[in-house]
Design a protein around this ligand. Sequence first.
Ligand code: 4NP
Length: 154
Amino acid sequence: MRVLFVCLGNICRSPTAEGVLRHKLREAGLLEQVQVDSAGTGDWHVGKAPDARTRVAAQRRGYDLSQLRARQVSVEDFGGFDLILAMDESNLANLRSLNPGKSVAEVDLFLRRYQLQLDEVPDPYYGGEDGFEAVLDLVEQACDALILEIKGRL
Ligand code: 4NP
């Protein structure tokens, strides 16, 4: 199974989701069976490591994001992944307009798929430190639900 997380810049929310899901898959002994990646709809940060605030907040909870590098989502991703999970409605709309059709990928809003309190992971980029903690709280909850789905699908 192949899962792609998508946000705007691929330096805050989606790399957090990639790191958290990898960590939880490793704990569950499922890492070999699932391919995990992340990408941004925008290209401003391509090639860059995750935002320092994102890396520090993730590291405090035991997630190492230091090896990740930003990339932009591409048309090929719709054929390369089974599940493409957007962080907010704007990312979802951008994905839908990029989608070539006939894709194998199911495209969905990450939090809404698992019926959490919020539908969107708020963009922390222009805010304070608490925004990065909120991203982690939401992503951890949603990844627990995603792991259950993955277990059911493998
Ligand atoms: P992300 O956050 O989409 O969660 O990676 C952002 C990163 C960069 C920008 C906006 C959001 N930016 O405007 O550069």
